[in-house]
Structure formats: C-alpha cells, structure tokens
Write a protein that binds this ligand. Structure first.
Ligand SMILES: Cc1ncc(COP(=O)(O)O)c(C=O)c1O
Length: 455
C-alpha cells in the first residue's frame, strides 16, 4: 500500500504518549523569569501557590526534557486519544495542488477540542493537592467546557467566567458546561472587584479574556479551597498539549512522510505549541521544517505586538511575563473566533518567534470563514472558527505549492469542531460578516501602559 492510499492514519491505544515533551530543555534562549505583579521581582513557587498546585508550578519552570504523564491521566486520554491524522485527499484535489495536506483532528475529544489534553492533568494535580473547586475563564467556551468535564471526572466543583460576548452569542455552550455540572458566570460580573471595576468604567462592556482571567484569579485567590486554571499561555499548558505533535510524528512516520511546514492557530499558543514543539529538536538539528503560527488580524499579537513584560490579565493580578503582547488593556474587536481574542501569547512561543524558530501570519475573518467552508465542503468536518485560521494558512500554502510547482507536505492542527459556532457560519453565509479592525492609536495607547520592570 502506498502512502497515498490512506485517508485516516490511526495509532493504536498503546501508542498514546507516556511522556510530555518539555521544549524548555532545548530552547536556545531560556525563558525570562516570570515576575510578581506587585513587586515586579521574579516570582517564586510560594507566590504562585495561592492559585496553582505545586506539581504544576514545578512543571512551569522544569528543564527536564520528558515529564511522565500520570497513569490516571493516560487512562482518561484513552477516551479519544490517539486522535486521527487525516490526509485531505479531497481538499487537495479541489485545490489542484501537488502538496500533501495532513490535518490532525483534535475535535474527536468528548468536548470537541484539544483543550481536554490539559484540563485533565490540571484537575488531576489539583485534586492530588486537596483542592475542591476550580475557577477559570473561557472565551469561545471550549476551555470552560473541557475544564467542566475534567472537574466532573475528578469530582471537583467548577466555576467558569465566560466572556460576555460569547455568553450571549453561544447560549448552548453554557448549557453543555452546565450538563457537566459547571457554574457559568457572564464576565464582566459583579461577583468580583475586577468585574465591578470594569462595569463601573463601561457598563456595556462585552468582556475579554483578560478581564475574565482577572475575575477567575481573584475568585481563586480569595478562597482556600479554590485554585485557578488557565487553558493556554502557560508553559505547563503547552507541555500537556505536546501529545498532539508527538502523535503526529509517529503517524507521519507510518506513511513515510515528514512535514515541510507545521501550522496551528494561536490564541494563547497552546494547540500550536502542542503540535509544533515536538519538531523543535529536529529543527535545531538542522532539519528543514517551518513552524507557522496563525492569528487573527483583529488581535495580531505576534505580528504587530511588542515583545515585552506584561500582565496576563486586565486587572494586573496575574504574573507579569515576557511575551508578545498588544498590552493588557487592549480589548480586541469582537471577532467570531473568541478563543483567539487574547492580548498576550505563550512565553515559549514568543521566545521561539523572537529567535526566528517560529513564523507568524495573520488573517481577517472573512477569508478564514471562506477557508472553513471550503474545507467543510470537501472534508466534511465543520471547523471551529479558531482552527479555521490554521486551515486558511494551510490552503494558502497548498496554493503556493501549486503555483511554484512544488509538492510540499503540510501538517495542520484542526484544534476543534465548530458545532457551537453556527451563528457565525450563518452570518458568513448570509453575507453579514465584517472584517473588523482596530485603530492603531488604540494599540499604541495600550502599549503605553506596559508595566515598568527593571529585570
Ligand atoms: C478550538 C480552539 N482552537 C484554538 C484555540 C486557541 O487557543 P490556543 O492558542 O491556546 O490553542 C481555542 C481557544 O479557545 C479553541 O477553542
């Protein structure tokens, strides 16, 4: 059988990775230390212990190359892992491209996205530390859904601060979180000081991930039985997501192929980090593989942001980290890919981008939805609007291959399905979707408020 005969490349259950790959062991430039939000001095494990369990704090700074996945988490991964790698034969034919397009489908997880890869271990380590309740934020609702299920499976309570624009656009997302037993609060809310401050300034605020993070952190810090969990950005989240890329490498080996380019969308950087990081050692060893991060033009953190220390949240409660940022006060326009509306970026992805090991590009939402519809019409799967950013770039790479007459191998992360995003598809198909932008002066005003640090 030739490699071109397969459509689904499937690994058996015993090939679920037993270790996460920690790219911090191999990064040419080590990460700058995270700082305390008040003192702006390097933050220590004890400072973080108010909101995170020690196991995750240790993973955050670990330089160990491989970290064992707890057997209980491996067992739960079996619910959907290894996820399939598809060869997009029909899309390739429609594009008339000589390129080979492979997509790694994380939408087969019970919650429909890659977020469960990290929700399970995060809740596992919290339970081991005796924590009873977890507070978090969610943008599009994918992370909140994953955390609500993980909490249910490990017997913890879960409160999710959901960005108000998504809360109103996606009422069924709230329903599924409630099915799992989660409590969902529209953010900004009157529950927290951070939420009340935002509402005092702007009673009509539709929220943002940065505001919702402030609310969840404040909630967690104010109760001893409660911790905070973040669905992206942090090093331990990128670590947990490396099951994606490790499986992809094994799956591409099965068809005797290797990617010329690996593509993922970036909100906080976790699905991109998850698929791309396992290729970093090869790249450092001289192998030619491009790692391409795709972001929305309405929230272009890597392509238009500054590489600087900034707060992870709006209220300045979360640690100050060195990352690409649009400024913690930047409120991105209300695009449909709610999970990509974050002002910052994973410090790991940021440092690798600064070092030239990762590339980035940005798209407006109409060409993104055009790619999503093209993909759905040939491959059948309806992508999440976030994932559709990566598909846009994959399709453009395949078209470039056709124009240049070069048969490249393209690997793209389809991080989730879009079954809860039908109102956005409805707007696109009805011709009512706009390519939204922000004023350069707003970006500059936000960047002017980066915290002063002396590190
Ligand atoms: C399906 C999907 N893909 C991607 C993202 C972006 O997050 P990250 O950059 O952490 O992968 C989200 C965030 O909510 C998401 O729901």
């Amino acid at each position: 059988m030739s490699r071109d005969d397969l459509t689904k490349i499937i690994l058996p259950e015993d090939r679920i990775p037993k270790y996460w790959y920690n790219v911090q062991a191999d990064m040419p430039t080590p990460l700058a230390p995270a700082l305390h939000p008040v003192t702006k001095q390097p933050i220590g494990p004890d400072d973080l212990a108010a909101i995170f369990p020690m196991d995750l704090i240790m993973q955050e700074v670990s330089l160990e190359r491989f970290i064992e996945i707890p057997p209980e988490v491996q067992e739960l991964y079996k619910l959907w892992r290894p996820s399939p790698l598809y060869r997009a034969h029909r899309l390739e034919r429609a594009l008339d491209t000589p390129c080979r397009i492979y997509y790694k489908y994380e939408g087969v997880s019970p919650v429909g996205s890659h977020k469960l890869n990290t929700a399970l271990p995060q809740v596992y380590y919290n339970r081991a530390a005796g924590i009873k309740r977890i507070a978090t934020e969610t943008g599009a609702g994918q992370w909140g859904t994953a955390l609500a299920l993980a909490c249910r499976l490990f017997g913890l309570e879960c409160t999710v601060y959901m960005v108000k624009v998504s809360y109103e656009q996606k009422p069924y997302r709230r329903s599924i979180m409630e099915v799992y037993g989660g409590e969902v609060v529209a953010s900004p809310s009157t529950r927290t000081q951070a939420g009340r401050d935002v509402l005092a300034r702007n009673p009509d605020s539709m929220g943002s991930l940065g505001i919702a993070i402030s609310e969840a952190v404040e909630d967690a810090a104010s109760r001893p039985d409660t911790n905070y969990a973040l669905g992206s950005v942090l090093n331990h989240v990128v670590l947990h997501q490396t099951v994606i890329g490790q499986e992809c490498k094994a799956q591409m080996e099965m068809v005797d192929d290797y990617p010329d380019v690996v593509i993922g969308c970036v909100g906080g950087g976790s699905n991109f980090g998850g698929i791309a990081m396992p290729f970093i050692p090869d790249k450092l060893a001289g192998r030619k593989v491009r790692l391409l991060a795709v972001e929305p033009a309405a929230c272009p953190t890597l392509t238009r942001g500054a590489f600087a220390y900034d707060y992870g949240d709006v209220a300045g409660l979360a640690p100050v980290v060195k990352m690409y940022t649009l400024g913690h006060e930047f409120v991105p326009p209300g695009i449909h890919a709610g999970g990509l509306r974050y002002h910052g970026e994973s410090p790991i992805v940021s440092q690798l981008y600064a070092d030239g090991l990762v590339e980035a590009t940005a798209y407006y939402q109409k060409p993104v939805f055009e790619a999503a519809v093209t993909f759905a019409r040939h491959e059948g799967i309806l992508p999440a609007p976030e994932s559709a950013h990566a598909l846009r770039a994959a399709i453009d790479e395949a078209i470039k291959g056709r124009e240049e007459g070069v048969a490249r191998s393209i690997l793209v992360c389809l991080s989730g399905h879009g079954h809860f995003d039908l109102s956005a598809y409805d707007m696109y198909l009805g011709g009512r979707m706009e390519d939204v932008d922000f004023a350069e002066s707003d970006l500059q005003a936000s960047l002017a408020h980066l915290p002063a640090v002396s590190v």
